[in-house]
Design a protein around this ligand. Structure first.
Ligand code: ATP
Length: 323
């Protein structure tokens, strides 16, 4: 079972530049969460802060009963063993074949025998569909295979938490679909806590249990997938629908009057409309409950799935009847 991560009042700056402030959220143990946000809102900085590579100015990050922001380097090293991280490009060593790349953390951090290492490496390569590619060099394989190799390497120390930094970047839509299925299947099999940073809205709508959105140096919202998919919050609706109309502009944020004008031209939303938003500016876009991606055949669903499915079915019923 993965571990819970509890973030309270977290603030990170570089010099005078505040990246985000007062961020509080709980990543529930064993669940998949996605962090969204326009470019430059500090999603990668958030991942690095969680794993202790960057120090926040304020706030706490509680993992397995310890506030990691207070730990000394030696103790942090121990906590980091709970994490597996999939970097954007897989971060593989170019001169090592896939087998040695994936074996690397085991050789570096454990005293396991080569035969034990072989068993683990082949098991993880099998999980990500890379059996047979042991001798390949990273430069000889596709981007999708490199991501899967990076994922196998992130799995070898049996992490309780896996952080994914844009796992879908640079992949075609079919490879993204396969990778999403792999993520859902893996989560059901190993039950670790997953946090995924992505720009891919389709993935964000289907894969996670929870979604968070960073914007204007704040965490606008974090909660169950169904809560964000049906939210009236203008920034959340704009982002989850990938629309130009709304508070998010090319250079991050827009003038309020311009947003009003855009929405009026579209004939949707605007002030004084009442209804679901209680008169707030509404951002156009569907509030559909995208179907959840299920684990593949033969993979047992974790116990939480039943409760989530009931909650989502109830919400779907409401959306259909307009209740
Ligand atoms: N080590 C650092 N020193 C100074 N500034 C940094 C450092 N790392 C990141 N930043 C700044 O923090 C801000 C957020 O960067 P980050 O890479 O986390 O954004 P992001 O949301 O992941 O963006 P994208 O979606 O484009 O990948 C940027 O303005 C970046 O320049």
């Amino acid at each position: 079972m993965g571990v819970e991560i509890c973030v309270e009042g977290l603030t990170k700056s570089f010099g005078h530049q505040v990246i985000w402030q007062d961020v509080s959220l709980t990543l529930p143990a064993g669940e998949v969460s996605v962090m969204l946000g326009p470019s430059g809102t500090g999603k990668s900085v958030f991942l690095k802060t969680l794993v202790g590579l960057l120090k926040p100015e304020r706030g706490s990050i509680r993992i397995a009963g310890q506030d990691i922001t207070k730990l000394r380097e030696h103790d942090l090293y121990e906590v980091r063993k709970l994490f597996g991280v999939l970097f954007q490009d897989g971060a593989l060593f170019g001169s090592m074949n896939l087998y040695d790349n994936i074996a690397f953390p085991l050789r570096e951090h454990t005293r396991k025998s080569e035969s034990e290492i072989r068993r683990i490496v082949l098991e993880k390569m099998d999980m990500v569909g890379l059996i047979g590619a042991e001798e390949k060099l990273p430069g000889e394989i596709s981007g999708g295979m490199r991501k899967r190799a990076g994922l196998a390497r992130a799995l070898v120390l049996d992490p309780e938490i896996i952080l994914f930094d844009e796992p879908d970047s640079g992949l075609d839509p079919v490879r993204v679909a396969y990778l999403n299925q792999l993520i859902v299947d893996l989560n059901a099999q190993i039950d670790a806590t997953f946090l995924i940073v992505t720009h891919d809205i389709a993935s964000a709508r289907q894969v996670p249990d929870n979604i968070g959105l960073l914007f204007r140096r704040e965490l606008v919202m974090f909660g169950p997938r169904e809560k964000l998919l049906t939210s009236d919050e203008p920034v959340v609706r704009q982002f989850l629908n990938g629309r130009m109309q709304g508070p998010i502009g090319m250079a991050e944020e827009k003038d309020a009057a311009l947003v009003e004008q855009e929405l009026a031209q579209l004939g949707e939303g605007g002030r004084g409309g009442g209804g679901a938003t209680g008169g707030r500016t509404q951002t156009p876009g569907t509030q559909e409950m995208t179907p959840r991606l299920l684990p593949g055949p033969g993979i047992t669903r974790p116990p939480r799935w039943e409760a989530i499915a009931k909650r989502e079915a109830a919400l779907h019923g409401k959306a259909v009847t307009g209740a």
